[in-house]
Design a protein around this ligand. Structure first.
Ligand code: ZN
Length: 260
């Protein structure tokens, strides 16, 4: 599968003018590294209104397949809309991947297909996979952070976004100093305002400790907690909370996850 673009009819959100725009359907990072750059800096599928008086520039949120064969990354993005909700997207994706699995010969290892349903999550997943981290463990860390900090980090109101960047690019604040570059970093984003509020660090040695636990006896548990295709610690936390299942012992001490 290589990079592909098609033409779409667009209506300008500011002035209503209708025009056709060429947008990406598939980005293959080995084909078009510049499209990967655009995607990771939020410039992909941005268009400008052709009306001279208007000139509005905006991003078009549409489905996208992202592929990076060199890094073994294969990802499907479909935004949740009013017409198509999260459950419908997951159901159709699961059916499609099941059909695909039947076509692949038994001795061929099928690539892991990731499903993401918002643009931030798409970028974040690419960053996690490019960093060589296991997305299930990263999402499990978020789950534990939400669980240990119900007051400071209400899951309903705050997103945790994995941040691959160094300290210099992070929003200023006291919390930054507590998070050395070598450690994992998460940006807290307010769901309603979109504001980036603080940076939380998670020690790399603790990630490595979790990774070794989940590589052994607990591998199946992790698989059970995040069966896919959508791996999302916040959604799992909200589901468990709604079902009254948060008290279950996940084998880890909350103490170390508490924010100062
Ligand atoms: Zn316009």
């Amino acid at each position: 599968m290589s990079t592909r673009q098609s033409s779409y009819p667009i209506a300008c959100p500011r002035c209503g003018r209708e025009f056709d725009a060429t947008l990406y359907d598939v980005v293959d990072a080995s084909d078009t590294p510049e499209a990967r750059e655009e995607l990771l800096s939020r410039r992909l599928n941005r268009v400008a209104c052709p009306s001279g008086e208007c000139g509005a520039a905006f991003a078009v949120d549409k489905p996208l397949v992202y592929r990076d064969p060199a890094r073994g990354i294969f990802l499907h993005y479909e935004p949740v809309t009013e017409r198509r909700g999260f459950d419908a997207i997951v159901k159709d994706f699961s059916a499609a991947t099941a059909r695909l699995a039947e076509l692949i010969p038994g001795d061929v290892v099928a690539p892991t297909l990731h499903l993401v349903t918002n643009a931030s999550e798409m970028m974040e997943r690419i960053f996690v996979l490019e960093s060589g981290l296991d997305p299930r463990i990263v999402e499990q860390i978020k789950y534990m952070m939400y669980k240990a900090n119900p007051e400071d980090l209400p899951a309903r109101e705050k997103l945790l976004l994995f941040d691959p960047a160094g300290a210099a690019e992070a929003p200023a604040g006291d919390a930054v100093e507590e998070a050395p570059v070598a450690d994992l970093r998460f940006i807290v984003q307010d769901v309603k305002t979109g504001k980036l509020e603080r940076v939380l660090g998670f020690a790399r040695e603790n990630y490595d400790a979790l990774a070794s636990v989940y590589a052994g006896d607990m591998a199946e548990v992790l698989e059970e907690w995040f069966p896919g295709p959508c791996i999302n610690g916040r959604l799992r936390f909200l589901q468990d909370e709604a079902n009254g299942e948060l008290d279950g012992d996940d084998g880890f001490d909350d103490e170390g996850m508490r924010l100062e």
